[in-house]
Ligand binder design. Structure first.
Ligand code: BGC
Length: 257
């Protein structure tokens, strides 16, 4: 059966684990050739590759740290040389660090902003330069967070990175529209992944969060991946400059008791 993404090539950052892994598997299952980018999750990245191959898909592994601009350039080059093109970029790699605002160190700030914002910025730049030179259209899909819009006390670095990612998306949607490149954000809420390890282990905290989620449960990585596939496909051709919240209603749930 023809897939919605047949003939497309996608780079998915941080696809050795969590949401990124689910996205790579989903895009490959819809026909895209995928570059699986990872930094530390070597075994999981290998598993992602094996699963894609077992399902009849095509993928390659590239170890690249998106907070380093030279790595961003190398990652996009790898897609073009090894898979022949790069039409879809999913800026998924992300980290978070909890700290009181008064205690945040320069190293923590640089680490979080480096991966979440600088990485998405310069990888998008490398991606777009190649597309414009090749006169090809493309899709940029950023995995931001409900915290591009919603406060998260004690996570000021994370909120700063995701809020900036929201404006970067809006700005690029306008600047790159004439080149046929769409830019959108997906803003997950609480998803069942390794980034939430400490939350999942803390029952009182988890239960308090669940009471704030109208759908009453955490989301699954595959539920985020489905919306990425939509945005990457022809079905999402006229969507640009938007954020899709995938959060079970969390962000809309403030109400008087
Ligand atoms: C964060 C999680 C948090 C969730 C909902 C996500 O962006 O990574 O740590 O639980 O938002 O607040």
């Amino acid at each position: 059966m023809a897939g919605r993404l047949d003939g497309r090539t996608a780079v998915i950052t941080g696809s050795g684990s969590g949401i990124g892994q689910a996205i790579a598997e989903r895009l490959a299952s819809e026909g895209a050739d995928c570059v699986i980018d990872y930094v530390d999750h070597v075994e999981e990245a290998d598993q992602t590759l094996d699963k894609i191959k077992a399902a009849g898909g095509k993928a390659v592994l590239v170890q690249a740290d998106v907070s380093v601009v030279a790595d961003c350039n190398r990652l996009i080059e790898a897609a073009w040389t090894e898979l022949g093109s790069c039409d879809i970029l999913v800026n998924n790699a992300g980290i978070e660090k909890s700290a009181n605002f008064t205690d945040v160190t320069e190293a923590e700030y640089d680490a979080v902003l480096g991966v979440n914002l600088k990485g998405a910025f310069f990888l998008s730049q490398a991606f777009v330069r190649k597309l414009i030179a090749a006169k090809k259209p493309g899709r940029i899909i950023n995995i931001s967070s409900v915290h591009e819009d919603m406060v998260f006390p004690h996570f000021s670095t994370y909120c700063a990175s995701k809020g900036a990612m929201r404006m970067l998306m809006r700005d690029l949607a306008v600047e790159l529209g004439p080149a046929g490149i769409t830019v959108n954000n997906i803003a997950p809420g609480a998803i069942n992944t390794p980034i939430n390890k400490s939350l999942l282990a803390d029952k009182p905290k988890l239960n308090a969060l669940l009471t704030n989620i109208p759908l009453g449960r955490l989301g699954e990585p595959g539920e985020v991946a489905g919306v990425v596939a939509f945005l990457a496909s022809d079905d999402g051709a006229y969507v640009t400059g938007s954020t899709y919240f995938i959060d079970g209603g969390l962000i809309r749930n403030y109400h008087e008791q």
